[in-house]
Design a protein around this ligand. Structure first.
Ligand code: FE2
Length: 324
């Protein structure tokens, strides 16, 4: 089944085309956040201006025509309302014009499923780390849904890294500018907050922000990164052992961090577990992950009448049915 998926939950407008689980195209345009962060109305306007161009590029890359598309997927949530609405409207318009079925996809499920596909894993514990989310998850086969084993009690780890990058007047991009400075840093003691399999990042962000000027920024970046990632590793290790899992997957924007992957690989190795992740292109927000899940949903008859399609800014992963 040839399926086109649209992702627009935050600063990326992405379009992917998938057939029988194979990615034929994955095109995107990304709003540049600058130091002001995401301004919803501006990002939505950016998505509107870029939608036609990105859809056209994806079709060209796939070598297929619009009339060959057999199904449409879009991100229902979670995400920023005005941004989600642009993708929803584009998807509904296309589905209506083409007379094909449409599937509303949970963004977090899509991140995990595409990483599973590349890592060739079936039933891993997944550490999903991005700007808006940081959760430890595993499918509960009886419920047919992902179960949240642990999660942030306040902000996502990517949000913390981006917020601190803005405090330092650096370009915020999923922690990459923090990671660059961290290479030259030394450790400074910072708040470390893990409660069972849950964790918290606001204390760490507040303390690092207070220390700007009295500690070197390289040391603060290094120490923030090491502390936050160690917290994620401790909580993940506890979840892995509690569920007796043999596979660990990391996904989401912050899964692009080489240092986080290095720490998780060491953790997995120490327990004799497999560790995996997707190529960076598919850890950042992308349309291919939405198309991949939409194809699975549509094949199982999990489509939605166009008139009933909606968005949900707080669409939790444990509310989404899983098709595997
Ligand atoms: Fe995401």
């Amino acid at each position: 089944m040839l399926v086109l998926g649209i992702e627009s939950s935050a600063h990326t407008f992405g379009v992917g085309i998938v057939e029988r689980g194979k990615v034929l195209a994955n095109e995107k345009e990304q709003f540049s956040m600058g130091t002001a962060g995401i301004i919803p109305s501006k990002v939505a306007g950016f998505h509107i201006r870029n939608a036609k161009n990105v859809i056209g590029r994806a079709l060209k890359r796939s070598g297929r025509s619009i009339n060959e598309i057999e199904g449409i997927g879009y991100t229902r949530g979670p995400g920023i309302g005005t941004c989600l609405q642009v993708g929803e409207l584009a998807a509904k318009t296309l589905a209506n014009e083409l007379g094909v079925k449409i599937a509303p996809v949970n963004h977090a499920v899509a991140h995990i499923e595409i990483a599973k596909r590349f890592a060739e894993m079936k039933d891993p514990v997944a550490l999903y780390v991005s700007g808006g989310n940081s959760q430890i998850l595993k499918i509960d086969k009886k419920l047919g849904r992902y179960r949240v084993l642990g999660e942030t009690l306040d902000i996502g780890v990517g949000n913390m890294l981006d917020s601190f990058a803005r405090e330092l007047r650096l370009d915020p991009a999923w922690g990459s500018s923090i990671a660059k400075l961290a290479e030259k840093g030394r450790y400074v003691s910072l708040p470390y907050t893990v409660k069972g399999t849950d964790f918290s990042f606001t204390g760490l962000l507040t303390r690092c922000t207070e220390l700007i000027g009295s500690e070197k920024k390289e040391d603060l970046c290094y120490s923030m990164q090491e502390t936050a990632f160690a917290m994620l590793c401790e909580a993940t290790e506890r979840a892995l052992l509690l569920t007796n899992s043999k596979e660990l997957l990391v996904c989401g924007g912050v899964a692009q961090s080489r240092r986080l992957r290095e720490m998780l690989a060491a953790l997995s190795k120490s327990h004799g577990m497999r560790f995996g992740y997707a190529p960076d292109e598919f850890n950042a927000d992308n349309g291919a992950m939405i198309a991949l899940v939409a194809e699975k949903m549509l094949k199982r008859g999990l489509f939605m009448p166009i008139g009933k399609c909606d968005i949900s800014q707080r669409y939790r992963i444990d509310d989404a049915l899983v098709v595997w």
